[in-house]
Structures are given as structure tokens and as C-alpha cells.
Design a protein around this ligand. Structure first.
Ligand code: FES
Length: 170
């Protein structure tokens, strides 16, 4: 059977995941978040066309789904890098040199805050506070916290990851 395609998004993965969830019972507002998490894992982000498809299939209003996706920082509505590097704009990180640490990572990756590398390997973002002010300046890489960083240390951490990815490709 041909895959349903809407706005150049292949729904095959979405349909497989939806079926898996529906096998356990109806998808409702209560179990929407785990479904969205799994969809994001499959697509790397949540394509709006997939969200509309989920709304059609489950009967959950699109406005509710959109509200959930935009409320939680873990969800992305646009293509996002494989690795996420997060800095914070909080005062402790600011006074302890976040700007220089972030700058070192920006020049290593060739992107700025809010951007993704062309190869979709890395996304750089900042949030209000990472809740680990005692460790300032903090950088979170794929959920792992690195604290009291110098620009050089941050660069080394990210460089290792870049090299790891290159090795996987070769
Ligand atoms: S100020 Fe950076 S973690 Fe709180």
C-alpha cells in the first residue's frame, strides 16, 4: 500500500506509532504527550502535517495539540539537529562567562543561538535558566549537564561529539 503523503511528509512512521498506541486503548488528551514524544523521536521534530493527521485520527482538537506542543520546550515544530546544546540566559551564568563559553561553541559549529547546522547534526539554543545556577556557567548537551565550564572545556566537549559523528559517517 502506498504511503499517505501530505506536504511532503511521509505518514508511514506516524501511522505505525499511532497504531501502536491505539492497540493499548484510545489516544486521548491524557496520553498525548508520550505519543508526541515518540513522533518527535521518529521525525526529529513534529511536522505540522503530522500533528494535523494525529488530530484527524484521534479526534483531539488541533488547537489542543498545538497548545501542548508550544507549551513544552522539549517539542520542536521545525527540523531540529540530532544533538541539542542548550545554554541559559540566567544571571549566574551571565556573570560567570556564559557569553564566552557560548561564543566558543558557536564558532566551533559555525552557527549562532537558535540555529541548526546544515547537516542537521547540532542545534544551539538558550533558555531562561537551566536550574543549576551553582554550576554556572552551564551547558547541557542532549540532556547532560556540564558545569563550571571554560570556553576551552565547552569546545572540547562539543568537538568530541562532532568527531564521534564524523567517525560514524566514515
Ligand atoms: S543562571 Fe544558568 S543555570 Fe541558572
Amino acid at each position: 500500500m502506498a504511503a499517505v503523503v501530505d506536504e511532503e511528509v511521509d505518514f508511514t512512521r506516524a501511522e505505525r506509532i499511532l497504531k501502536k498506541f491505539e492497540a493499548r486503548g484510545p489516544v486521548t488528551r491524557e496520553n498525548l504527550i508520550p505519543l508526541l514524544q515518540e513522533l518527535q523521536e521518529a521525525y526529529g521534530y513534529l511536522p505540522p502535517a503530522v500533528l494535523r493527521h494525529v488530530s484527524r485520527e484521534t479526534g483531539i482538537p488541533a488547537s489542543h495539540i498545538h497548545g501542548v506542543v508550544t507549551f513544552y520546550a522539549q517539542f520542536y515544530l521545525e527540523p531540529h539537529g540530532k544533538h541539542t546544546i542548550t545554554f541559559c540566559r540566567g544571571t549566574s551564568c551571565h556573570v560567570r562567562g556564559r557569553k564566552k563559553v557560548l561564543g566558543a561553541v558557536e564558532s566551533l559549529l559555525g552557527i549562532e543561538d537558535g540555529e541548526t547546522t546544515d547537516d542537521m547534526g547540532f542545534s544551539l539554543e538558550t533558555v531562561a535558566c537551566l536550574g543549576a545556577c551553582a554550576l554556572a556557567p552551564v551547558m547541557v548537551v542532549d540532556g547532560k549537564y556540564h558545569g563550571k565550564l571554560t570556553p576551552r572545556q565547552a569546545e572540547q566537549i562539543v568537538r568530541r561529539l562532532v568527531e564521534e559523528e564524523r567517525r560514524k559517517e566514515s
